[in-house]
Structures are given as C-alpha cells and as structure tokens.
Write a protein that binds this ligand. Structure first.
Ligand SMILES: Nc1ncnc2c1ncn2[C@@H]1O[C@H](COP(=O)(O)OP(=O)(O)O)[C@@H](O)[C@H]1O
Ligand SMILES: [Mg+2]
Length: 275
C-alpha cells in the first residue's frame, strides 16, 4: 500500500479554480470512468468518527524544478475534526491541501477517501463537487456574478432546480451573515465579506470536508477573526470537517489539532486541549 507509485500524475497541480471544473455542466461521463468514484461516494459509515481522508506515505515531486514538495507524509483526518496545518512558506502546506482535496495526485504513496484509494479513480470531479469545499486566500469569486450567483456555482453539478438553488444560496449567505448582501457584486463587498461569500460557496453542496488555504491571509485582523469564528461555528454546529492552512498561531489555536510541517514532512501532529 504505502509507497506505491500512482501513474500519470499531472506535472502541476490544477489551478485552484479547477475545482470549479464543476462550473461546467458536464456531459454524461462514460460509465467506467465514474463507477469507481461513485463507489467511493456511496460508502457511508455509521460511525461519526470515521476517517474521512487519509494520506499514506504520500510524496509529491514537481518535475518542474525537481522539487520534492511532500516527503513520505501520512495523515488521517476524521469526520468532524478541525485541523490546522502550519509551517513556513514553501514547506508544502498547499501541496498537502491539494492532495487532501484531490486537486492533484501524488507521485508516490496514496490518498484514501473513506478508506478507499483514489489511485484508481480516473476522474475526481464528482468527489470534489459533492464532498469537498475549497476556500482560498484570494477568494476566487467571479467578478461579474452577484453573491447569490457566486454561491450557486458549485450547485450546477447537481440536479437542483433553479428555485431551490437560489433558496439554498440565500440560506448559506444568511449562515455567513450576508443575508443583506445577496445581490452585491464582489467589488461592492468588503474584503472580509468576500471571503464569507467564498465560504458560503464552499458549503454549497453540503461538503463533508472544507479545505481552507490561508483563508485569513488577505484579511485585516478583525475580519480574519470573524472569518475564523465563522469557520469554528460551522465546525461546531454543522459538523463540517475543517482543515485550515495558516501561518498564524492565533488562527491555528482555534483548531483542535495542529499539524506542523517542515521541508515537505510532518514535524509534529498534536491535539490541543480545550480552553
Ligand atoms: N507547480 C509547481 N511546480 C514546481 N514547484 C512547485 C509547484 N508548486 C509548488 N512548488 C514548490 O513546492 C514547494 C512547496 O510549495 P507549497 O506547497 O506551495 O508550499 P506552502 O504552501 O507551504 O508555501 C515549494 O518549494 C514550491 O516552490
Ligand atoms: Mg501555500
């Protein structure tokens, strides 16, 4: 299992917005391509503390520059956890998040989703669209769409009729405190509000896992605090599993577990005691 190489790894991680491959209303895919991933999606566990995603001896080498960004990383993320990933710039945090979010494939080792290896899955769009929400430092909102339209984008992968999509987007914007900003364009919102729209969008398909890459990195400390409070609330009340990459110790301290990375390896993986 561990250390096995997975073939045909792409040279570079996909653009973060590749997770919005799901923005395209995809044609029906050949059965053989989707079988494997559907099996993964349909595997439900009755245990609340099931392991959601695991990395087993994961390595990632970018051929461009021959950089070993991840070196033999093993990690389990259980359902309902709030995990912070810390470490200096360039140590592999975003690469790790790309692995957890199936945005890129490892060059060694394997990624398991609910215990099943993703190595054989040829197409990971459905997994990402249905199970994983992404939040990035730069938000990646589409500038010509209003808040309520931006939040609906990931829902186009599903079969919700338009009315239900709009209702759900409104509900999510209310959840992040933006019920009065539904029809604002991104440039009519404050920076902190833009990140909250991005969080609402990440929650669009009720994902099991939300991955946030330096979500407070572009925010002032007050907005950063509000965004972290919001993520904490979502973890506590919606049981959303949360993995947050951050440089900021005060942000990391809000999680229940801190994984510290250095030079492509996990240096420390520690549970934090509750205050
Ligand atoms: N697409 C890429 N091609 C080549 N090298 C890359 C690529 N992406 C990241 N790297 C390199 O991999 C290492 C880890 O990068 P990254 O995961 O982005 O670090 P962090 O998020 O901790 O700052 C860095 O040395 C970076 O330069
Ligand atoms: Mg990074």
């Amino acid at each position: 299992m561990g250390g096995s190489r997975i073939g045909s790894a792409p040279e570079k991680p996909q653009c973060p917005l590749a997770c919005f491959d799901l923005l395209r209303i995809s044609p029906v895919r050949p059965q053989q391509q989707s079988d494997c991933i559907l099996k993964i999606l349909m595997t439900e566990s009755s245990q609340s503390q099931e392991t959601l995603v695991s990395l087993r001896n994961v390595c990632k080498t970018y051929r461009d520059g021959n950089v070993q960004a991840l070196k033999d990383v093993s990690l389990d993320i259980a359902a309902g956890e709030f995990v912070s990933i810390m470490g200096p710039s360039g140590c592999g945090k975003s690469t790790l998040l790309n692995m957890l979010g199936a945005l890129d494939r490892p060059t060694g080792g394997e990624v398991l989703w609910r215990g099943r290896s993703l190595g054989a899955a040829r197409n990971l769009d459905q997994l990402r669209a249905r199970e994983i929400g992404f939040v990035f430092q730069s938000f990646y909102l589409l500038p010509n769409l209003t808040a309520v339209e931006n939040v609906q984008l990931p829902m186009f992968e599903g079969s919700l009729p338009r009315g239900k999509r709009v209702d759900e987007a409104r509900r999510l914007l209310a959840l992040v405190g933006l019920e009065n900003r539904l029809n604002h364009l991104p440039n009519q919102l404050s920076i902190g509000q833009r990140q909250r729209v991005a969080i609402a969008r990440a929650l669009a398909n009720k994902p099991a896992l939300v991955l946030a890459d330096e979500p407070t990195g572009s925010l002032d400390s007050q907005s950063g605090c509000e965004v972290m409070e919001l993520l904490e609330k979502l973890n506590a009340t919606e049981q959303t599993t949360l993995v947050v990459v951050t440089h900021d110790e005060s942000v990391a301290g809000r999680g229940r577990r801190v994984v510290r990375m250095l030079d492509g390896r996990v240096e420390e993986d520690a549970a934090l005691s509750l205050p």
